[in-house]
Design a protein around this ligand. Structure first.
Ligand code: A2P
Length: 276
């Protein structure tokens, strides 16, 4: 630790010389991008032995305490990526994000060795269309899923729906879809199969309203020129706030779709890791 750090009691992320806990990787931050005063993304090196399925989440923390705080984070990069990407909210007094939002390239992030999650292709039975319903940072696991070639092998159409309060909060999704469509591995298929439907609820934009209301009114389907939800062909994944999960699950069930899980694949899946 440098003298300056000793004087101020550590660096900006509060990182000091704490030992890395057992069962945890310590990896360097490679890049950080801030989108709004509430949202940022970052990429870290991928440990050579770390395997995961696109759409899964992992527990991450900072080496700033003897027993660091860990939180569930969806891995936003696909399973083939050499780096791990995360998309995070900044909570002013959040035990982890208050420090995490200050990370810079070269800082260390801790990562538990095991990834899990239900927003994976394996938890869905075959279908034609994959609907990805998200609010806020709930788009993160879908950033992984839409960059996985398996998704385009399994589905004829992939529709990424993202609802946020304000226009600036949609930037991550717009950049993601643009980058996906020009990616050498999946760009050609994504350009044909991937659709993006982004809406705001508290600021004027080209598509407004909660995605739940837009499904129920039918406007989503009219806008995209697609038929209404049909359990024979439509599959869904849901990620966002607790109320959003509940409402969207009910809507999909009313349309006749049945919830699945890793152990029992179904017509849609919900990620509850971040809200329980
Ligand atoms: P709204 O502005 O109408 O509350 P938050 O920032 O609170 O997590 O919300 C992110 C986005 O998710 C907002 O646009 C918010 O709309 C929307 N949202 C919140 N709850 C629901 C819900 N139950 N169903 C659909 N959208 C929701």
């Amino acid at each position: 630790m440098s003298d300056a750090m000793q004087e101020t009691g550590g660096n900006e992320t509060g990182t000091q010389d704490f030992p890395v806990p057992a069962g945890v990787y310590a990896e360097p931050v490679l890049s950080v991008k801030h989108y709004t005063d509430r949202l940022f993304s970052f990429r870290i090196a991928r440990p050579a032995a770390f395997r995961f399925r696109s759409g899964e989440f992992v527990m991450i923390g900072l080496p700033n305490a003897e027993k660091p705080v860990f939180r569930a984070y969806s891995i936003a990069s696909p399973s083939w990526d050499e780096e791990l990407e995360f998309y995070s909210i900044k909570v002013p007094d959040g035990p982890l994000t208050e420090h995490l939002q200050k990370i810079k390239p070269g800082d260390t992030v801790l990562l538990r060795k095991k990834s899990v999650g239900t927003l994976v292709n394996d938890a869905l039975i075959p279908g034609k269309r994959l609907w990805l319903f998200s609010t806020g940072t709930g788009i993160a696991p879908f950033a992984s899923v839409i960059r996985d070639p398996e998704t385009y092998d399994k589905f004829e159409q992939v529709i990424l729906c993202h609802t946020c309060r304000e226009v600036g909060e949609l930037t991550y999704g717009h950049e993601l879809v643009e980058a996906t469509k020009s990616d050498p591995l999946i760009g050609e298929e994504a350009s044909v199969k991937l659709m993006h439907y982004a809406t705001t609820t508290r600021q004027e934009s080209s598509h407004m309203g909660r995605i739940t209301d837009l499904i129920q009114s039918g406007k989503l389907f009219t806008d995209l020129d697609l038929p209404p939800l049909d359990p024979k062909v439509d599959r869904g994944m849901i990620c966002g706030s607790m109320d959003f999960l509940k409402d969207t699950k009910r809507i999909l069930e009313e349309a006749g779709l049945t919830e699945g899980a890793n152990s029992n694949p179904g017509e849609f899946v919900v990620e509850r890791a971040f809200v329980d």
